[in-house]
Design a protein around this ligand. Structure first.
Ligand SMILES: Nc1nc2c(ncn2[C@@H]2O[C@H](COP(=O)(O)OP(=O)(O)OP(=O)(O)O)[C@@H](O)[C@H]2O)c(=O)[nH]1
Ligand SMILES: [Mg+2]
Length: 367
C-alpha cells in the first residue's frame, strides 16, 4: 500500500491532486485542517492499495497569482487573488465532507478497538463530538496502535495556556460573537498580569468604536483597578499601542463583534494589524452555541493573528463535545477556560487535565 499526504487550499483541490497522482482507486484515510505560514490548508491522507503500480507523475504546477497551488474547486469562483470565493469554498467543503464521512463511516470499525477505547469513543459521540473528529481520533489510535484514547485526543485538542510564560511578550486581542465573554476574559487577564507584576504597565484597549456602553464598562473597570485605558479607532492608534507592547507593556485589546465570513480578516487589514509579530488573537466561544454557529464564527473571525480558542460559559453548558470539534476544525490550541461570571475566579488557563475532566466528568476547572 502506498500512502501519501496531500495539502491544498480546499478539499476539492486535494482530491484533484489525489486523482491525478494516485488515480481513481485511491482510498482516503483521513483529513484535517492544518496551518502553514499563517494560512489554513486542508490536508488529506490517501492510499493506493496496489503495491506494484507506480505512482503517476505529478503534472507540472501552474503558478497562481495568489501564490497558492492554482486549484479552484469545481464550480467555485476564484477571487481576484487566485483564492476560491469563501462562500463557494465552504459550501463545497461541507458537501465533500458529508460524502467522505458517508464513505468512511463503514471503515470506522469500533470492534478493532479495545473495550475501553470503544466505550470512550462511544461516550464522545454522545457528548456531541462530531463524526469527523471521532474518525480522526479513531484513525490516530489505529495508526499508532495505542492502548488509550487520551494521547490521540491530545493530538487533536492541543492546549497552550494563556499565561505570560507560554505567550511571552504577546499583545492579546479577543475576538468573537456578541456577548460571548470577550471583555470579561480580557479584564481577568489584565488583572492577572497586574497581580503578577505590579510594576508593569498594563493597557486595556477598546477598539469597539460602535458601542459606547462597552467602552464605559471597560473604562470603569480599568479606572477601578489601576489599569491604563486606551481607545483605538484606526491604524495610527494601533501602531502606537503595539509599539507600547514592543516596549514591554502588557496589552489586551477588546474588539467589536462582526458580521459576515472573513469579516475579521478585513477588519485587521483596515486597522493595520497584519504583520505585527507580537499580536495574538484569541477566538472566544461558548459550548452554548450550536455546532453550525460555532463553525460560522470560525469563518467570521479567522484572521492572520488568530492563535487560540478561549471557551467561556462552561458553567452553563451541559456537554463539551464542541471543544473537540472546534479544535479539529480550526487546528488551534485551547488557551483558557471561562467557567463563571465572577471576574476574580471565573477563568483558568487551559490544561489537558482540565479539558479531559470537563469532557469526561463534566467537572469544571477549580471544582
Ligand atoms: N456564567 C458565565 N457568565 C459569563 C462568563 N463569561 C462572561 N459571562 C457573562 O456574560 C455576559 C457578557 O460578557 P461580556 O464579557 O460583556 O461579553 P462580550 O463578548 O464582551 O460582549 P459584547 O461586548 O456585548 O460583545 C456578562 O454578564 C458576563 O458576566 C462565564 O464564563 N460564565
Ligand atoms: Mg464586550
Amino acid at each position: 500500500m502506498r500512502v501519501k499526504t496531500f495539502r491544498g487550499e480546499s478539499m476539492a483541490a486535494c482530491l484533484g491532486q489525489i486523482r491525478q497522482e494516485l488515480g481513481k482507486e485511491a482510498v482516503i484515510l483521513g483529513s484535517q485542517s492544518v496551518r502553514e505560514d499563517g494560512r489554513s490548508l486542508c490536508e488529506v491522507m490517501a492510499a493506493l492499495e496496489q503495491p506494484d503500480s507506480p505512482l503517476r507523475p505529478a503534472p507540472p504546477k501552474t503558478a497562481s497569482p495568489g501564490g497558492g497551488n492554482g486549484n479552484v474547486p469545481a464550480g467555485g469562483q476564484a477571487k481576484g487573488n487566485g483564492q476560491p470565493a469563501t462562500g463557494d469554498w465552504n459550501r463545497e467543503w461541507g458537501e465533500i465532507k458529508g460524502h467522505l464521512l458517508a464513505l468512511l463511516r463503514p471503515r470506522m470499525d469500533f470492534s478493532a478497538l479495545s473495550p475501553r477505547q470503544r466505550l470512550a469513543l462511544e461516550y464522545l459521540e454522545r457528548e456531541g463530538v462530531d463524526e469527523a473528529s471521532v474518525l480522526a481520533v479513531f484513525r490516530s489510535i489505529m495508526d499508532r496502535g495505542e492502548d488509550t484514547v487520551i494521547p490521540a485526543l491530545s493530538r487533536l485538542v492541543r492546549v497552550k495556556p494563556l499565561t505570560e510564560a507560554e505567550w511571552p511578550g504577546a499583545a492579546h486581542m479577543f475576538v468573537g460573537p456578541s456577548g460571548v465573554g470577550k471583555t470579561s476574559v480580557l479584564l481577568r487577564l489584565a488583572l492577572a498580569a497586574r497581580a503578577a507584576d505590579p510594576g508593569r504597565r498594563v493597557v486595556v484597549v477598546n477598539a469597539d468604536s460602535g458601542r459606547g456602553k462597552g467602552r464605559l464598562l471597560l473604562r470603569h473597570y480599568a479606572e477601578l483597578s489601576g489599569l491604563t485605558y486606551a481607545e483605538a479607532d484606526g491604524p495610527e492608534d494601533f501602531r502606537r499601542i503595539l509599539d507600547e507592547a514592543d516596549a514591554g507593556a502588557a496589552v489586551f485589546i477588546d474588539t467589536p463583534s462582526l458580521r459576515g465570513e472573513g469579516a475579521m480578516d478585513g477588519w485587521c487589514a483596515s486597522m493595520g494589524l497584519t504583520g505585527r509579530e507580537r499580536l495574538r488573537a484569541h477566538l472566544v466561544l461558548s459550548p452554548l452555541f450550536a455546532a453550525n454557529q460555532l463553525e460560522h464564527s470560525l469563518r467570521v473571525y479567522r484572521c492572520p493573528p488568530l492563535s487560540s480558542l478561549v471557551w467561556t460559559k462552561l458553567d452553563e453548558a451541559c456537554n463539551y463535545g464542541s471543544l473537540v470539534n472546534m479544535a479539529h476544525a480550526s487546528s488551534l490550541p485551547v488557551s483558557a477556560l471561562g467557567h463563571g461570571p465572577e471576574l476574580t475566579q471565573g477563568m483558568t488557563p487551559a490544561s489537558g487535565k482540565a479539558v479531559w475532566k470537563l469532557l469526561f466528568k463534566h467537572q469544571l476547572p477549580g471544582e
